[in-house]
Design a protein around this ligand. Structure first.
Ligand code: GLC
Ligand code: MG
Length: 528
């Protein structure tokens, strides 16, 4: 067990982690799709920004039906993104720059092109090959149960011989049967494969998913409700709207993380794993980060909170109370590749940006780790992607807009698409807006009012207190529309109301926007 207060081994406990969506970060070869050499070439941006680590979304062999979250070979790199040598080069360069690297692990399902699923189809009903997945029979005209896919439609697809297989996501992503011992054994090997190559940690996709209630019974739904596996993303912990979820968060899953924790420890005291677990309460989230399980879990309650001092304060208090008994460090996240970018969620335009910067300043002052999503340091908004360019499987299954709008390739420089995302000839896989010239890294660098320089300043200052300010947060009462708290030497005030409020005593270290007449609406400040 590593010393939890040692920044070299327990680096992740107070880290700022930057999420790289591989398709959309940087394209080295001009095919319009981001890739590993592209990431390597842009690592200096992350070092300069001042983050501690990057998390890279899946770059393994995959038919890309869910942009890499459908893995056909967990131990190889898709040619679209490069090669294993490119992965090694990326790790080496990142480590040279003092950046840790977290890779994505997708254990809930494989791609339909994984050799196991191909073998399952070939071998037929009742075979050991089918027993690695969740194949079931159903009476003529019925489905095995009433579950629906997170991406819409039924969670079952029928194969030629009449059996059905379960997929909580796209039909190209069959769910594995984690009660089959071959499955955990395979994933331990995959963990070791990447640990041996030098990765510092894993982001565990759908960590609450792996086990389903063994009976695969129907989900109980209220009178006006339809069954929905997407429940965990639609209702929030904040709303406390509990659902019957036989497909999620089963007790058996914790045994898996106990054994992974040992695999990580064997590789060294400084390897970590962070769970993507959409659970129903802060307490059930905390179960994933007990001392002998995973190290962190994304705190989606923070991302789901409305722009309101009361909502933010509630999430802070509940989160700290939930993780303290298990000794885990809390996490904070505002955006990722699955949700509407927070500037847009907060109303968009100048107000959305001001609020986004203010929420960021609050988050970066809190104990624990903050997870940033590429492009938020530029203040990017959700893009309204034209229907012909949408590729998200959830859009293809439901016709609802989907997640493409937060996955538009990064603008690095220049005055027109592709904004140095890649060689000029290669148009990005999702078109970039024509009005992004002022938002590029190049355009914002050196402009003291820019969002990029704001993030750089915040991260530089954060380094001075992240490991010394302690984990205690004292909430302050400065009025119903003001979020205020003290942590160590720092006082943080966020004005969520409509008009300026007075600033408390203290030296202003950093503000998220201009300070006029006190602390204006939609603005946050760090004071000492
Ligand atoms: C996670 C990923 C999401 C993916 C899904 C299925 O929620 O973040 O992008 O579509 O899992 O793997
Ligand atoms: Mg490319």
């Amino acid at each position: 067990m590593a010393d939890l207060n040692d920044p070299t081994t327990s680096w992740w406990r107070n880290a700022v982690v930057y999420q790289v969506y591989v398709r959309s970060f940087a394209d080295s070869d001009g095919d319009g799709v981001g890739d590993l050499p592209g990431i390597t070439s842009r690592l200096p941006h992350l070092a300069e920004l001042g983050v501690d680590a990057l998390w890279i979304t899946p770059f393994y062999t995959s038919p890309q039906h869910d942009h890499g979250y459908d893995v056909a070979d967990y131990r190889d790199v898709d040619p679209l993104f490069g090669s294993l040598t490119d992965a090694d080069d990326l790790l080496a360069r990142a480590h040279e720059l003092g950046l840790r690297v977290i890779v994505d692990l997708v254990p809930n399902h494989t791609s339909e092109e994984h050799e196991w699923f191909r073998a399952a189809l070939a071998a037929g009903p009742g075979s050991p090959e089918r027993a690695r997945y969740l194949f079931r029979d159903a009476p003529e005209g019925e489905l095995p149960n009433n579950w629906s896919s997170v991406f819409g439609g039924p969670a079952w697809t029928q194969v030629d011989d009449g059996q059905w297989y379960l997929h909580l996501f796209d039909s190209t992503q069959p769910d594995l049967d984690w009660r089959n011992p071959e499955v955990p054994a395979m994933f331990e090997d995959v963990l070791r494969f990447w640990l041996d190559r030098g990765v510092d940690g894993f982001r565990v996709d759908v960590a609450h998913g792996l086990f389903k209630e063994a009976s695969l019974r129907d989900q109980e739904v209220g009178e006006d409700e339809r069954p929905t596996s997407g429940a965990t993303t639609e209702h929030s912990m904040v709303e406390r709207d509990f659902k019957d979820e036989p497909m999620w968060d089963q007790p058996e899953v914790h045994e898996v993380y106990r054994s992974w924790s040992k695999v990580l420890d064997e590789a060294g005291p400084d390897r970590m794993a962070v769970a993507e677990a959409w659970t129903q309460t802060p307490e059930s989230m905390a179960a994933f980060v007990r001392p002998d399980e995973l190290d962190q879990a994304f705190n989606f309650a923070w991302l789901l909170a409305d722009w309101s001092a009361e909502a933010f304060a509630g999430v802070i208090t509940d989160t700290l109370a939930a993780v303290a008994p298990v000794g885990a460090s809390p996490t904070w996240v505002l955006s990722n590749h699955d949700v509407v970018r927070h500037v847009t969620r907060y109303g968009g335009g100048a107000q959305g940006l001001a609020r986004g910067r203010a929420a960021t300043l609050a988050m970066l002052a809190l104990p624990g780790s903050s997870y940033l999503y590429q492009g938020e340091e530029l203040g990017l908004e959700q893009v309204d992607v034209a229907p012909e360019h949408r590729q998200d499987p959830s859009y293809l299954r439901t016709g609802e807009v989907g997640r493409d709008g937060c996955r538009v390739p990064m603008p690095w420089g220049g005055s027109e698409p592709p904004y140095d995302f890649g060689p000029a000839a290669g148009q990005p896989w999702i078109p970039q807006p024509a009005d992004w010239a002022a938002l590029t890294v190049e355009a914002q660098t050196g402009d003291p009012g820019s969002t990029l320089e704001f993030y750089r300043s915040a991260l530089r200052l954060r380094r001075e207190f992240a490991w010394t300010a302690g984990d205690a947060v004292e909430m302050l009462d400065l009025g119903a529309e003001v979020l205020a708290f003290r942590r160590g030497p720092l006082t943080v005030v966020v004005n969520c109301g409509d008009s300026a409020v007075g600033l408390p005593e203290g030296e202003v270290l950093l503000a998220s926007g201009p300070l006029e007449g006190g602390l204006p609406a939609d603005t946050a400040v760090w004071l000492r």
